[in-house]
Structures are given as C-alpha cells and as structure tokens.
Design a protein. Structure first.
Length: 332
C-alpha cells in the first residue's frame, strides 16, 4: 500500500474558528473500491463548513472539514470507470474532508474539470454553482418559472447569490436580490440582478411589494433563515414557493403550517444539494449544465477572497462576519 503524507485542517471539538487546527502529518493510502485519491490544487469554503464546525450540524469528531475542491486524480480504485489517473477534476461531495492537500474519497460525485476552467474556479464553483443550478432549474413554483417572472434571492452578493443572479438573467427572470450593504447591492446588480435591496437600510418587504406592483414574487430563495423568514413569506404571491436552503442567521423557529394557508396557500420546501447529487447520473447532469454556463460566459465565477490553507481560521471569521463577497477559496 502507498502511504503519502498530506497537510490537513481538523477539529477535535465543535466551537469557534479557533478549533480549526493544522495537522502536518496525515497519511493517505491507496483508494479502495469506488474511491479515488486526489491531490488538491484549491479548496472551496462554504457556510455549511461553519455549521459543521460550530455544531449546528453535529458531526462525529474528530472531523476534517470541507465540501468542495479541485485537483488531479493520482489513483483510482476498483470499479471507478469515469475517471483515471491524471484527470483534472472538481467536486462537491459528502463526507466532509476537502481542507487538505491530498484526499482519498468516494468517486461518485467527482467530475472531470474541462481544460477551459481553472483549478481555482473549479474549487470556487462546484458546491455554490450546483446549488444555484438546482434552485433555479429544479426548485420551482407550480407552473414553473418563465421569462419576466419575479424571484427574491437573499444574500445575493454571496457565492451562490452571484452565480444565481447571472443564471437568472440568462433565464430571463427578474431577480430581486438582497444584501447587507450598498456595495454588495451594486455587485449583485453588476452580476445580473434586476433589482437590489440593502436590507440594512430598507424594508425589503415594502420594496418587493413596490417592485412587483403589490403582486409579490413567485418564489423566495432563502439561505439566511431566522432574520428574513417572516417577511419573506409576506413577499410571496398566492400559490408561490418558499425555498429554504440555509440558516446563516440561525435556524427558523417552529411555526404552525396554517400560516402558509393564511398567507396565500403557499408551498414550502427545505432543500439540500446532497439530495440532488445522490446519484452519479444526476451529479454529472447538473455539473454539465454548470460547466456549459461557465464556458459560454453566461456565468462568471467571482473569487472574492483567497487564503492560504494555514489561514483558515481567519477565512471562517470573515465568512461569519459577512465580510466576504462571491466565492472564497483556500490555496495550497
């Protein structure tokens, strides 16, 4: 068996960014059946990493964080047919473990990265880009989405948000984005949002009603959670959809289902990427759609921040402080 040394970031207990520790000697063996060994070139940072580190999403400890990365395949295990040694690849995948130089992992969600897309872009776009893909293309209200329809997207200047702004524009949608500063609102507008609302200075409910002439939006895409929940429900047109996919401000408090009826017979769904990429076939189809959008120039992946692997604590602090825009990567 081959034993190769790798640096990695691990936590021994849930808590703040200070729990993230650099381990200098992690040894990787050969991939087993259905696995690959990948040497990473760049690693993506996502808010789900914060949830797992803090314990909001409890995980077995000790834990190596990270849900996406890009790199080169060094070896493949038995039964892996879609990849071979030397392939450029990128992935968003369970289980966590991408905060490292070298990794053995399941091959199912690992996709070949087109030569036209850099490793940095590949690491920055997989989890966020696939999330934007399933939200806009697969998480739709009754009757679907059509050119001219209004949608509300919270955290529009974040990694998922900036991709969604561009993708929505390509679909002909009128995306109303929210963000926490005028600069972030300007960034959302530059990336395709039809309207942008600074929720720190404006009542986003009142602005949405004004923009839509009182009709509301067909769907709200919400990764913020507690802070935006109540007003978001009031932004939705009758029979519209509330699509929750995160809890950046904290989890939503329990509520009575009858509220959905009183507010217009609304639909509610709580989505996760990993349900959508549960099979090799669905993962590849979604990735192909994402790659096509990036290659065509309709979606540009903005990398707002880069941190060396050993500065991961600061990266987490900045992410939690909402001091980041676009995607964030760790460099190796």
């Amino acid at each position: 068996m081959t034993q190769t040394q790798s640096r990695a970031i691990c936590i021994d207990q849930h808590g703040g960014p200070e729990q993230l520790k650099l381990v200098l000697q992690v040894f990787m063996g050969d991939p087993g059946p259905g696995e690959v060994r990948i040497r990473h070139h760049a690693v993506g940072l996502n808010f789900i990493d914060v949830y797992q580190r803090s314990g909001l999403y409890p995980m077995a400890l000790p834990l190596q964080l990270g849900m996406e990365a890009s790199g080169v395949v060094e070896a493949v295990g038995e039964g892996v047919t879609h990849l071979q040694a030397g392939d450029r690849v990128a992935y968003a995948s369970q289980p966590p473990g991408s905060y490292c130089e070298l990794r053995v992992m399941p091959a199912r969600c690992v996709c070949k990265l087109p030569n036209s897309i850099s490793f940095a872009t590949g690491a920055a776009m997989m989890l966020k880009g696939l999330t934007a893909q399933y939200l806009l293309k697969k998480t739709q209200p009754q009757g679907g989405l059509h050119p001219g329809d209004f949608v509300l997207f919270h955290a529009a200047a974040g990694g998922v948000g900036l991709i969604a702004c561009q993708w929505a524009r390509a679909m002909g949608l009128q995306l109303i984005g929210t963000a926490g500063s005028d600069a972030k609102c300007a960034l959302a507008l530059e990336n395709g949002a039809a309207f942008a609302i600074n929720y720190a200075t404006e009542d986003f409910l009142a602005r949405v009603k004004d923009i839509t002439a009182g009709k509301g939006v067909k769907v709200v895409y919400d990764s913020v959670g507690k802070d935006t929940w109540d007003k978001s429900l009031d932004c939705i047109a009758p029979f519209g959809l509330m699509a929750s996919f995160g809890n950046a401000s904290g989890p939503v408090a329990p509520f009575a289902p009858g509220i959905l009826g009183a507010k217009g017979s609304l639909y509610l769904t709580r989505q996760t990427l990993f349900t959508h990429i549960a099979t090799r076939e669905s993962t590849q189809a979604m990735a192909d759609d994402l790659f096509d959008m990036v290659d065509s120039g309709q979606v540009h992946i903005r990398i707002g921040q880069r941190y060396p692997l050993e500065q991961v604590q600061q990266a987490h602090r900045d992410l939690e402080a909402r001091a980041t825009t676009g995607s964030t990567i760790l460099t190796l």
